[in-house]
Design a protein around this ligand. Sequence first.
Ligand code: AMP
Length: 122
Amino acid sequence: MSYEYDDQNIFAKILRGEIPNDTVMETEHTLAFRDISAQAPVHVLVIPKGPYVCYDHFALEASDAEIVDFTRVIGEVCKAEGVQEGGYRVISNAGRAGVQEVPHLHVHVLGGRNLGRMLAKG
Ligand code: AMP
């Protein structure tokens, strides 16, 4: 499968500085910022700066440096947001079945309350 990246998506605009964001941390390859419509006391989005549509695109085509940086930032966000002890959930929605709204890879880091079961039945 080939991946087509739409550079007009809202996270691409955030990365270009065209739209403001509430940054939690930023590194060479990765940006973490608060979700505008938080679903838990902690709801941070972690995105790579590169043009990757979804998780499998990133996992298959990103450089080792990007993958290491992205993964480390997820860990640093958990630490900085204080959810390590109480627990948290990391989610990445992809494509139609995953009901992905923004076509730029993002991982949701959620915590600060009991998040319930992973999926509602059916
Ligand atoms: P998904 O359904 O996984 O694609 O999630 C997209 C997420 O992006 C949602 O949780 C939205 O609330 C969030 N979102 C959309 N626009 C913005 C924005 N400008 N700043 C922060 N979060 C946003």
